[in-house]
Ligand binder design. Structure first.
Ligand SMILES: *Cc1c(COP(=O)(O)O)cnc(C)c1O
Length: 485
């Protein structure tokens, strides 16, 4: 299995090389030349645990990793650092199905892939006999940053640098990042939004001057964002796991079709669902849920992708994105390299493109802030406490059902612990609170809901702030140089 850039500017390379590089030299994203088919039956897969499933999926993509090596990466990633032995448990609440992806160390779905990415990367570096220091550059809308910091902290030969929008993340998300320990970590606030931070990082990646300075110093860049194919592939696994748990819990029979409702920002999570479907998993519709930044909703409704619009800061910050990077991969798989190149050039130049070819199997919906908050209240009455991102998905699922197009059960991807967003959740539940101190809110929410606050979050209280650097959008490269040169 070899990987090429969506924009055609890279010779085919191995998975390990693609993971090390992170992004194509032409600014495109690495994709498998051809999506593989699952070579085991659902029946056979149903006997495996999460790690076993993970191996069966990844071995089809990471063909340059040998069996022992890959198994070792998997075993080190999906262990007791997840607080549930199923890793991603499927929960049924009054006929609604939630796949909980927040049982890792940082309490959001980013842990699903970022627990294994460092091992895949180190392994690839070792196989290539690479003696360069690897600098992981990451832009975050809130959750990736912390998950990447946890994954890479104190990993030898690697440094991790995270840029986050200074005013675009929740207070808990920010605390999680700025208190990060580990001598190889750096966290920088950026005066801008996520899109701008991500664009800045992509620019640094492809800047030839920085590139040559780095190689002189024996340093190479890689990425922990979902532009890295090593982020995407491990996410396929939980679609399989969700499906098989639906079967073992007797909600569906083997072979029955299900839909997944995915709260979407950078399109990485839902794209992994598309890969699972292409591999043969019985998925009907992939429902793409957006918040007020509904660029993807408009895209699926009209074929026009237009980032020239107002940017909203919402209660689901990890979805406050107007440049949804991984959509480029879907376009590539649907229409090929020439068309992708053409459309991405349009996007870079004018901020808009039109793609009228059909992409079957997707449906977009969006939830307003009021609808998302209403959903948190509604589902809490039913006995389940959702975070605001999951609430956006819940609302989208309701709209999908209402249109009467749904056949098959919906599985809602529950992407974060509600305790990462206490302010929004308390307000959605109309709780009388006189403070916005995140730790007081945590205690109040615990009392009110009966759902215990995760220790990793309550422990943040009193932790030392170790990262105070802030920079302007124009100075991201300067900030970077200050840290690594
Ligand atoms: C990152 C994130 C999302 C969006 O996922 P994408 O892969 O960027 O589409 C949704 N919810 C939460 C909690 C997240 O952290």
């Amino acid at each position: 299995m070899l990987y090429v850039s969506t924009r055609g500017g890279s010779a085919p390379i191995t998975a390990g090389e693609a993971i090390l590089k992170g992004i194509g030299p032409d600014g495109g994203l690495y994709v498998p030349e051809k999506l593989p088919k699952m070579d085991k039956s659902l029946e056979e897969l149903s006997k495996l645990d999460y790690r076993g499933l993970c191996y069966e999926v990844l071995k089809l993509y990471l063909t340059d990793y040998d069996e022992d090596e890959l198994k070792s990466c998997i075993n080190k990633a999906y262990d007791e650092k997840f607080d549930n032995p199923l890793i991603a448990p499927l929960i049924e609440v009054k006929g609604k199905y939630f796949l909980e992806l927040f049982h890792g160390r940082t309490l959001a779905f980013k842990d699903m892939a970022l627990s294994i990415l460092p091992y895949l990367l180190k392994s690839a570096a070792k196989a290539k006999g690479l003696d360069k220091e690897i600098v992981i550059l990451t832009a975050t809308s809130g959750d990736t940053g912390k998950a990447a910091l946890e994954g890479f902290a104190n990993v030898e030969g690697v440094r991790i640098i995270v840029f986050y929008p200074e005013n675009g993340v929740s207070s808990i998300q920010k605390l999680q990042m700025v208190t990060q320990e580990g001598s190889n970590t750096a966290v920088i606030g950026v005066k801008g939004n996520f899109d701008q931070a991500q664009t800045g990082v992509k620019k640094i990646f492809t800047d030839p001057e920085i590139g040559s300075e780095l190689s002189q110093k024996g340093i190479m860049f890689s990425s922990a964002n979902s532009i890295n194919i090593g982020r995407l592939l491990p996410q396929i696994v939980y679609y399989y796991s969700a499906y098989l748990q639906m079967v073992t819990q007797k909600h569906i029979s083997l072979g029955e079709f299900v839909n997944f409702v995915v709260p979407t920002g950078n399109f990485g999570n839902i794209l992994a669902g598309y890969y699972a479907k292409s591999m043969g998993l019985p998925i009907g519709t992939l429902v793409c849920a957006s918040n007020d930044n509904k660029v993807l909703y408009d895209f699926f409704a009209t074929g026009e992708y237009n980032k020239n619009r107002e940017f909203y800061t919402t209660i689901s910050p990890s979805m406050d994105i107007l440049i949804s990077s991984n959509l480029e991969r879907l376009i590539y798989h649907s229409a090929g390299v020439e068309r992708t190149k053409e459309l991405m050039a349009c996007l870079n130049k004018n901020g808009v493109y039109s793609f009228t070819e059909s992409i079957p199997g997707f449906k977009g919906y969006y939830a307003t802030e009021a609808e998302a908050k209403g959903s948190i209240g509604e589902m809490f009455e039913e006995g389940y406490l959702m975070d605001p991102h999951t609430a956006v998905a819940y609302d989208a699922g309701q709209k999908f059902n209402m249109e009467g197009q749904a056949s098959g059960k919906n599985i809602i991807l529950s992407t974060a612990s509600p305790y990462k967003f206490t302010e929004a959740v308390c307000s959605a539940l109309n709780m009388e609170t006189e403070t916005n101190d995140p730790f007081v809110l945590m205690e109040l929410l615990e009392e009110y809901s009966g759902v215990p606050a995760p220790k990793a979050l309550s422990e943040l209280k009193g932790k030392k702030v170790r990262h105070k650097m802030v920079c302007g959008l124009e100075d991201m490269d300067k900030a970077l140089r200050q840290i690594i040169m």
